[in-house]
Ligand binder design. Structure first.
Ligand code: IVH
Length: 676
């Protein structure tokens, strides 16, 4: 037994270290395969020995189940904000005030102001205990499960000398790369993209499902320690300590000794920040000496020893030539401004986003106007204002379109949405083409050889009217088309035919029901294993499925209420596309004839996974406890009603560990068999 514990500890230590090398130092120290092998070994040991469970284990960094509600936790030390300055003059005023009050030569530590969301990480005896958002500054939300998935944040500290209790403060942010990937995925399922990386980071941190958080590529940078006694004499040394303990800190920190040096730092980063892989919205200037910080103190809101300088979002003025209206796959209309080309933040800008009708009206933007374009936290520049002095005399107010520019259908606007939509889903060309392009995409049916342009070409030639038409294509149809030789035509037809092997969960994602992304499709397919059952499901049944809320349920119902979709699915069925989950061979008969109810959330598995396990071992999953129930599989936060009924009826209550024992601790097998 001791041996096992030692093995587990060893693997955890090694994996923690490898995470540090990879995520903090950017210097991978092992092959991916080796890392994966150790992770699998640790997961297996932990599954077989629940007595050695530890929430800080590296195996928990992929996230797990739902957090229903975030606990409110008080900060032991308040989380203050920063006073903002916007000009060189204001920064000089700050320095003059500090110099006056301290009456000694003062060093300033300059850093970047990361544009994310503030976090406080509590460590006790060098171990991560919890992560809490800023909230109102005195108390915030406990988001530990989500923060554990950010692998640059250490779960146990390196070195020594840390206080027995400390709160490490910093910023959680979303690097540009993760942000772009996330927004592309959202566009894929017809979700509104996040406006900027800050909103994306804050939104992600409040996700209820930490497994979703794990995939979104958040990162963290730490810049302060709060403890009963300071950990160093200066802020600069504090940052060094943080680095020694394994935290990621900013590499742009600089000690400055005069207003000149500070201004040079600001001017440098105002330009150089555009090259950084993350967003910064300013610089922070902090008195370096901790003793002087204490002397200077704080107001109720912000320390008096620090100030933020906000970079100006870069702007340029240019002329608005025309406005295009793009129609997306889901019918969403996006107005796009065509501009006279202008240089802005290192690139030439020709197009800018106008967001929606309301914004155009609010700013009274007109074609021909001299408009101010800004590139702030957003990737795509946006129009933020109009120079009325330059408005041509003949200009007329902008009239937003009322009909779809592609198919002429009157546009609709749902109550709580800013965007207009073209409701003609099955008849509007860019929506049809967009859906087919989505269907064949890598993450969906992965039909190679067919690109966006070929799909457009086939559509233009009347060969593709919807997804199901793909299966009617013949080599002879394709060969005469420009750019397509016989070889590629044969390839395409072959790949389409091969796509009938794609499992049902992916098909469900591929058909493009609005809001049904990859994960939702997987959960739906696990809970409701055929498209016929899905079509027959009531709103209540849909809501029972993990991750399915009102918006998704309504969208599924609306999809199947459209006769054309049902008819199209029938043609997919005739083509042999997988419209039901394939029954998997039983792993054992350990639960043969047993009826099991699942309630609460679990450490090792999600509920769909447990449900699948029950079935793979011959049992049946029930939704409510009755006399016929054999076991109530109880997790944390179990429904009190279920517990009470089970106790009253004498139903045996089992934990996840007991359940795993009953089926022979098949942790690893499950991971392989639940891949959809
Ligand atoms: S120091 C008591 N340093 O900006 C001092 N804050 O506008 C508190 N922020 O809530 C903060 N980068 O979320 C500090 N290098 C940095 C920062 C930084 C970003 C955020 C932080 C704070 C907000 C205040």
């Amino acid at each position: 037994m001791d041996n096992t514990k030692q093995k587990i500890d060893h693997l955890r230590r090694v994996l923690d270290r490898l995470n540090y090398d990879y995520y903090v130092r950017n210097a991978p120290a092992a092959e991916d395969r080796e890392y994966d092998r150790m992770m699998a070994e640790l997961a297996a040991l932990e599954a077989a020995h629940p007595e050695f469970a530890d929430p800080n284990s590296p195996t928990h960094r992929v996230g797990s189940d739902l957090t229903r509600e975030f606990q409110q936790v008080a900060h032991r030390y308040p989380m203050l904000s920063l006073a903002n300055t916007y000009s060189e003059e204001e920064v000089r005023d700050f320095i003059a005030r500090v110099d006056r009050e301290t009456a000694v030569p003062t060093a300033y530590c300059c850093e970047l102001k990361f544009d994310g969301t503030a976090i406080s990480l509590t460590y006790e005896n060098g171990r991560f205990v919890r992560a809490v958002t800023r909230g109102d500054g005195t108390q915030g939300d406990d988001v530990s499960a989500n923060v554990r998935t950010i692998r640059s944040i250490p779960m146990s500290l390196q070195g020594d000398g840390w206080p027995a209790y400390m709160e490490v403060r910093g910023e959680i942010y979303m690097p540009h790369g993760s942000f772009e990937r996330l927004n592309a995925e959202r566009a894929d399922i017809g979700e509104e993209p996040f406006a900027n990386p800050r909103n994306a980071a804050a939104g992600t941190l409040k996700q209820q499902n930490s497994a979703v958080v794990a995939k979104r590529g958040l990162d963290a940078v730490l810049y302060a320690v709060q403890a009963d006694a300071p950990v160093a004499a200066s802020h600069y040394e504090t940052l060094q300590k943080l680095r020694e303990w394994g935290f990621k800190t900013s590499s742009a920190v600089q000690l400055c000794r005069s207003a000149e040096e500070i201004m040079a730092y600001i001017r440098h980063w105002d330009k150089a920040r555009h090259e950084l892989p993350y967003e910064t919205d300013g610089a922070v200037i902090k008195v370096d000496s901790i003793r002087l910080q204490r002397d200077l103190g704080a107001t109720a809101k912000a320390p008096r020893w620090a100030v933020a300088y906000k970079f100006k979002a870069e702007q340029a003025v240019t002329r608005l030539v025309s406005v295009d209206f793009q129609v997306g796959r889901t019918g969403a209309i996006t107005p796009v401004a065509n501009l006279e080309p202008v240089r802005l933040a290192g690139t030439t800008v020709r197009r800018a986003s106008l967001h929606n009708a309301e914004q155009i009206e609010l700013l009274d933007i007109r074609v021909g106007d001299a408009v101010r374009v800004e590139k702030g936290g957003e990737i795509i520049p946006k129009i933020v204002g109009v120079d009325l002095a330059q408005r041509p005399a003949e200009s007329v107010p902008f009239r937003y379109i009322t009909h779809c520019p592609e198919c002429g259908t009157p546009l609709v606007r749902e109550e709580d949405e800013a965007k207009h939509y073209c409701p003609n889903a099955t008849g509007c060309p860019p929506q049809i083409v967009g859906r087919i392009v989505h269907y064949i995409s890598r993450k969906a049916m992965n039909i190679e050889g067919l690109g966006d342009e070929t799909v457009q070409l086939l559509y233009n030639n009347g060969l593709l009217g919807d997804i199901a038409n793909l299966y009617d294509l013949e080599v002879e149809h394709l060969v005469p088309l420009e750019r397509l030789g016989r070889k590629s035509a044969e390839n395409i037809v072959g790949n389409i035919a091969g796509s009938v092997e794609v499992p049902y969960a992916r098909v469900l994602f591929a058909i493009g029901i609005r809001y049904v992304g990859e994960t939702t499709a997987r959960k739906l397919a696990a809970a409701i294993p055929s498209i016929d059952a899905l079509m027959a499901a009531s709103r209540e049944e849909l809501l029972e499925v993990e991750e399915v809320g009102g918006k998704i349920a309504d969208s599924i119902l609306a999809y199947f209420a459209d006769r054309r979709n049902v008819e199209m699915i029938d043609r997919l069925r005739r083509a042999g596309v997988q419209l039901q989950a394939v029954e998997r061979a039983r792993l054992s008969e350990a639960l043969a004839g047993k009826k099991i109810v699942i309630s609460g959330t679990f450490d090792l598995h999600s509920r769909p996974e447990l449900k699948e396990l029950i079935e793979l071992h011959g049992g049946t999953n029930q939704s409510s406890v009755s006399k016929a129930t054999d076991y109530l599989l109880a997790g944390s936060g179990i429904g009190p009603k279920k517990l009470e009924t089970a106790t009253k009826l004498g139903v045996r209550i089992i934990s996840e560990e007991e359940f795993m024992e009953m089926i022979g601790g098949e942790m690893l097998k499950i991971q392989q068999t639940t891949l959809f």
